[in-house]
Design a protein around this ligand. Structure first.
Ligand SMILES: *Cc1c(COP(=O)(O)O)cnc(C)c1O
Length: 489
């Protein structure tokens, strides 16, 4: 090799039109101050209100036009501190119990910063960040009992992971010509429970199959898909000339945390030659907790599995995952043959197979690093303990609700979600909805609401690792006070 050192390749031109700081020491001080600002925020989160409505002055400031001139890091960090930080979602707070939101961790924040600094593109090529993503995928395949040959990708969230699952199943059902010819009039139909997440019908829509091709099978009283009704629906569809191709199970329904009988569904899918996809958005992570893990029995038989790290996994948004038992099916659905054949063996353009051949994205960020840091620094055991604690807090809340004559429990507690409400003599739906909005606006606690059998419920999803037993009692006391006040008003 000739001498290729920079000194041996001189250039007479000097210029500095780049976007890096002109004053590195000043920037460094500003960057450290920004980090300290967020560490203070995280350290004092419990003393802050759960949520604050965004004032109109802030809304106005956030409609200012595109800046032409530089404002300096310190000035913009100050704007962040005044305009954004105080008015965020609130999901870091121990009494945020709305929807199913993760709490994040300080280590996740640090990893986000490091990944941002590295600015790696994980679409493909030969570099260590892709090995980190593969390691994370391998860890999760092992956790769920999938073969070590399983593949997968980190994606924005379970909504997209479910869509990818549907697209892989569609391609597996239709064969290779469908990549060019589309559906060609085939009448593919899929099955899931009426308690499944709304992103499953959306995935059917986006996949061009239509929401009407998704049979929403009723759930039993425990919130699990009713197997006799499922079998009957499959038989009826076959008799009518439809082509059943996909069965979607749920590990942790969004309303009540119910887990379908995944073992029975896997067996049925095998008998009927259906692709078996599991939406385990948050519930699948119960696999980290040894005592909860048996409830997921059958998940190891999934053809594909979607779940989130950003909910119960406490990794900062966004971080979802799709695992595929046989990655050849993902490749068949997504790889562009021309690009694929051009892959090099040597140099930076090596490193095949590339992640971009297994999903819809070409450019991809380094989401895997925050998952890797979270699992390494906390360890799987501590994460499992936090998950188990969410479930024991849910039991505490359910017991508290059951013991209060003024409160009514609305659903069984399968995992970490408790649905209940205040018993009002009249207008119960509207009054409970008002009660929840009052709780949120007072900054005391942030449960959400859902509708179960046509009745509005207060829904407390215990996901945050910072939630303690005292927070459960604070929630109940606040609900009782607001309920009494409303009932007497
Ligand atoms: C949250 C959730 C989803 C959607 O996941 P995102 O990460 O928000 O896209 C899908 N299914 C279930 C059961 C969920 O709880």
């Amino acid at each position: 090799m000739p001498d290729l050192s920079p000194a041996a390749l001189p250039s007479p031109i000097t210029d500095s039109a780049d976007l890096d700081p002109a004053d590195w020491p000043g920037f460094r001080a500003g960057a450290h101050a920004a980090l300290d600002l967020m560490l203070d925020h995280l350290q004092t989160i419990r003393e802050q209100p759960v949520w604050r409505p965004t004032p109109s002055s802030v809304r106005a400031a956030l409609r200012a036009p595109l800046p032409e001139q530089p404002q300096g890091l310190a000035a913009v960090v100050d704007q962040f501190d005044r305009l954004i930080r105080p008015y965020a979602t609130g999901n870091l707070h121990p009494r945020f119990m709305g929807w199913v939101h993760g709490g994040g961790t300080p280590v996740g924040m640090v990893a986000e910063m490091l990944a941002g600094g590295l600015n790696a593109n994980l679409g493909g090529r030969d570099h260590a960040p892709i090995l980190v993503e593969r390691q994370v995928i391998g860890w999760m395949a092992a956790l769920f009992g999938l073969p070590q040959t399983a593949g997968g990708l980190l994606v924005t969230g379970t909504s997209i992971a479910n869509l990818i699952g549907v697209l892989i199943a569609r391609r597996a059902a239709l064969g290779p010509t469908s990549r060019a010819s589309g559906l060609g009039g085939t009448r593919l139909v899929a099955y899931t429970s009426a308690a499944a997440h709304g992103c499953i019908p959306r995935a059917m829509d986006m996949a061009g199959l239509g929401t009407a091709a998704l049979r929403m099978i009723p759930a039993d009283p425990a919130g699990r898909i009713a197997l006799p009704a499922l079998e009957a629906a499959i038989a009826a569809d076959r008799a009518a000339g439809h082509r059943p191709f996909l069965l979607v199970g749920t590990a942790g329904t969004v309303d009540t945390g119910a887990i379908d009988d995944l073992g029975a569904m896997a067996a049925l899918a095998r008998r009927e030659a259906l692709w078996f996809h599991v939406d385990g958005a948050f519930g699948a992570l119960a696999a980290f907790a040894p005592d909860l893990r048996p409830r997921l029995a059958g998940i190891e038989r999934a053809d594909s599995l979607a779940f989130d790290f950003h909910k119960w996994g406490q990794v900062p948004y966004d971080a979802g995952c799709i695992l595929v038992r046989d990655p050849a099916h993902a490749e068949a659905a997504f790889a562009a043959p021309a690009a694929y054949l051009r892959r090099e063996v040597r140099g930076l353009a090596g490193g095949a197979p590339w992640p971009c051949d297994f999903g819809p994205d070409l450019s991809r960020g380094f989401r895997a690093l925050k998952v890797w840091f979270t699992l390494k620094t906390l360890g799987a055991t501590a994460l499992g303990r936090a998950i188990a604690r969410s479930c024991s807090l849910a039991e505490t809340l359910a017991a508290r609700v059951d013991a209060e004559p003024e409160l009514e429990r609305m659903a069984p507690v399968a995992l970490n979600i408790v649905c209940f409400r205040y018993r009002f003599a009249t207008d119960s739906d509207a009054r409970n909805a008002t009660l929840v909005a009052d709780l949120q606006e007072a900054g005391i606690a942030a449960p959400s609401t859902t509708v179960l059998d046509g009745r509005l419920a207060i829904r407390a999803a215990l996901v945050n690792h910072r939630t303690r037993e005292a927070d459960i009692h604070t929630l109940v006391e606040a609900v009782l006070r607001l309920g009494r006040h409303s009932a007497s008003g």
